[in-house]
Each structure stands twice: as structure tokens, then as C-alpha cells.
Design a protein around this ligand. Structure first.
Ligand code: CTP
Length: 399
């Protein structure tokens, strides 16, 4: 098998320049990329750039090299088509099956997964016409990732930015790795990630070693499987995954509020965050000072709400699937089974922690325990692989 064949469609928006970076990521990681810009995309970045970076011609029309029948061949041969940026006009054409240039023809002939990364002004993204076109494309199995929120062209800010090319690349990788339809399309999933911090005073907190990487891997893979993702991130230092709506929180109480709010219309809630079980009973509004000749006062703690148990007990929707995580140091499976019952969730992902295990690493090993008694060991491997295994179990329960 040769290198995976990727078609990078570029439509006419200012974010076209960011597609150069996506192209580099794809080619440097061994993908054979054919760039198909639209004529208006060339107003932003010229054909020479696309041809030089991809090593292939980068024409926009079906009338060039006609003997090679490019309007059919390029789409047929592709393992993945990614359109970044996808303008409102491009989404409309794709939704309606128009085919007036090489890219729109390619979209009609491709039978591989298709990812659209829209970028436009907020008003255009929110317009009912665009909303309907996006819904149509998603219903047909395309992955349309949500634009990021931030600075737009000119002085505006809002939803409509093209996500970071690095993160679009991660979505492409995840879609290519699975190579199948978006089985979480139309689903809203809520994922908590990271670790809460419980403040003692303005400069100190009780925290934990969670990096958030497993929760972010869950968010990325869910986007790649077509889900609408709300990521409740507690004190993480990771880039926002493309397509996820990120809600930042600090404490367990804030995390609970954000998770319950998002869970109200969610199909799935995954509690991957390390939530502190206790918080200091008192918060000192000024920095706690050491006192000469006096022992420090003991820190009194109070219980935090158990978000996983609460979400499991009060399902906001019938059929909502709730997933917990458990990190254990001893009697991993026995503790996991007991915890699954105690928390009342449908699935519990149990992993063993200790020195140099799991926290902050790129890899993970776990057992997925199910409330129906099933136990699925996941071998040591990338956190994305564990995330996909979790989504496989979730998708089976949603079906
Ligand atoms: N969790 C939660 N709210 C808390 C504590 C934990 O929602 N206040 C969730 C975590 O997000 C994770 C799971 O519960 O999904 C892990 O629970 P853990 O804290 O390990 O379990 P405990 O019930 O605290 O068990 P123990 O202290 O006995 O390990």
C-alpha cells in the first residue's frame, strides 16, 4: 500500500494561508496530498505555493489535463478529502451537489471520509442557510468541525475562525485511522478533562497531577467521529482541540456547574477529569503567612460534590450514556468494579497509576468495565486508541 492519498480542498477565505501549514503537516507525515483550490482561493494563496508544497499540479478547473479525467479520478483515488477553509459558499455547493469546478466535482466523486473545516464571519456561520447546509452535510456522514472562537478578519471577534492547522491535522489523522463513517454524527458529547484546583488562599491550591491529555484525546476522537463536543477543561495547558467548544473551569464546584449545564442536552457525558474529592473549608482572602515560633494551623477540608454520581443518578435525557474514569494504585479491578456500582455510571475506564504511570504521558493502558458485567482490556498504547475504544463502547450503547 502506498502513502495515504489526501485531497486538500481550499476555498476562498483569508484563512487559506493557514492551509499551507496543514499541507506541510500532512506531507511531512507521509501523506500524498493533492491540493484542489477554488479560483477564489487563489486570490489569497497562489497556485505556485500549492504546487511547490504538494509536489502536484494545483489547478482549479476541470478543463486542464482533461485526458486524465481529473474531475473523477482525484475524488475516486482519495482516502480522505479535507476542505480547509470551507467557506459558506463551499458548504452550500457541497450540500446541494453543485459541481462547477474541480473541487466541487471531487466532492461528488469521493467515496472516502470528508472533513470540512469551516471559516467565515459569525453572521454567516449562524445564518439559517448555513445551519441547514451544515446539518445536511453532517446527516450524510461528513465531519463538519465547529469553527473556533476568536479574532476574525478585521476588528471582529466571535465564532468563525479556522482552528489551528495542527489540530485540524489531528482530526484528519483520526479520521484516516478509522477510515469509516462518522458514527457519533448528530450526538452531543460532554467531556471533562484536567484536574481541579481547590484554592487555599490567592496564591495556593490543592491540586493533582492530571495533565488533561486523556480527556483531550477523547475530545479529538469524538470530533473525528462527527460528534458535537463540549470540553470542560480544568487547568490544562493544552491547545484547544479543533471543533470542540471549550469551557474553562478551575474548581470542582465550577466544573460541576459547567458539566451539568452542558449535560442538559447531551447524549453522552464522560468524566475524564480528576476532580478533587475535598476542598479547604475556608478560603483565606489574603495570603496565609507563617508566624514565627508557631506551628501552622491544620487545613480543614470539606467534601466536594461527586459530579459523576450526580450525573449518573439524574440523567438529563433518557438513554444518556455516562462514563467515568478511575485511577487506582492497588486491587485495580476489584476497586474498579465496586466504584462502577457506587457511581452508577454505564462504563468505567480503570487504569493503574503510580510513579511514571499515566499522568502526563502520551500512552495509557486500561480496562473498560461495563454495568452489564462486560470487561474489555485495552493494551498499552496511545491515549487516542483508548479514546476510540471508549467511543466504540458508547456508540454500541447509543445505537
Ligand atoms: N469524580 C467526580 N466528582 C468528584 C470526584 C470524582 O465526578 N468529586 C469522577 C471523576 O471524574 C472520575 C471518577 O469520578 O470519573 C473517579 O472517581 P474517584 O475520585 O477515583 O473515585 P472516588 O469515589 O473518590 O473513590 P476513592 O476516593 O475511593 O478512590
Amino acid at each position: 500500500m502506498g502513502n495515504p492519498k489526501v485531497v486538500l480542498g481550499v476555498s476562498g477565505g483569508i484563512a487559506a494561508y493557514k492551509a499551507c501549514e496543514l499541507l506541510r503537516r500532512l506531507t511531512e507525515s507521509g501523506h500524498d496530498v493533492r491540493v484542489v483550490p477554488t479560483a477564489s482561493a487563489l486570490n489569497f494563496v497562489g497556485e505556485a505555493t500549492w504546487a511547490a508544497l504538494s509536489g502536484h499540479p494545483a489547478g482549479t478547473e476541470v478543463w486542464e489535463t482533461v485526458h486524465e479525467v481529473p474531475h473523477v479520478r482525484i475524488g475516486q483515488a482519495a482516502d480522505l478529502v479535507v476542505v480547509a477553509p470551507a467557506t459558506a459558499d463551499m458548504l452550500a455547493k457541497a450540500a446541494h451537489g453543485l459541481a462547477d469546478d474541480l473541487l466541487t466535482n471531487t466532492l461528488l466523486t469521493a467515496r472516502c471520509p470528508v472533513v470540512f473545516a469551516p471559516a467565515m464571519h459569525t453572521e454567516m456561520w449562524e445564518h439559517p442557510a448555513t445551519r441547514e447546509n451544515v446539518a445536511t452535510l453532517r446527516r450524510r456522514g461528513s465531519v463538519v468541525i465547529e469553527p473556533a472562537v476568536g479574532r476574525l478578519t478585521g476588528k471582529d471577534t466571535g465564532k468563525g475562525r479556522l482552528p489551528d492547522p495542527e489540530e485540524i491535522f489531528e482530526v484528519c489523522r483520526a479520521v484516516l485511522a478509522r477510515g469509516t463513517a462518522a458514527d457519533l454524527a448528530g450526538r452531543h458529547v460532554v467531556i471533562s478533562a484536567g484536574g481541579t484546583r481547590e484554592p487555599l488562599d490567592p496564591v495556593r491550591f490543592l491540586g493533582n497531577r492530571s495533565s488533561g491529555k486523556q480527556g483531550y484525546a477523547l475530545a479529538r476522537t469524538a470530533v473525528a467521529r462527527g460528534a458535537r463536543v463540549t470540553l470542560v477543561a480544568a487547568n490544562t495547558a493544552l491547545p484547544d482541540p479543533a471543533g470542540a467548544d471549550v469551557v474553562r473551569v478551575g474548581t470542582a464546584v465550577q466544573l460541576r456547574e459547567a458539566v451539568l449545564k452542558a449535560a442538559a442536552d447531551a447524549d453522552v457525558v464522560v468524566m475524564a477529569a480528576a476532580v478533587a474529592d475535598f476542598r479547604p473549608a475556608e478560603y483565606a482572602t489574603g495570603k496565609i503567612k507563617k508566624q514565627e515560633g508557631r506551628e501552622p494551623a491544620p487545613v480543614a477540608l470539606v467534601r466536594n460534590p461527586d459530579v459523576l454520581a450526580e450525573v449518573s443518578a439524574d440523567r438529563a435525557r433518557a438513554g444518556q450514556v455516562v462514563v467515568g474514569f478511575a485511577a487506582e494504585t492497588d486491587d485495580v479491578l476489584a476497586n474498579g468494579r465496586a466504584k462502577l456500582r457506587r457511581k452508577g455510571c454505564d462504563l468505567l475506564v480503570v487504569n493503574e497509576v503510580g510513579e511514571n504511570k499515566t499522568f502526563g504521558s502520551e500512552e495509557n493502558e486500561a480496562v473498560i468495565l461495563a454495568s452489564d458485567g462486560a470487561e474489555l482490556p485495552i493494551p498499552y498504547g496511545p491515549k487516542e486508541a483508548l479514546a476510540d475504544a471508549v467511543w466504540d463502547q458508547v456508540a454500541a450503547r447509543l445505537a
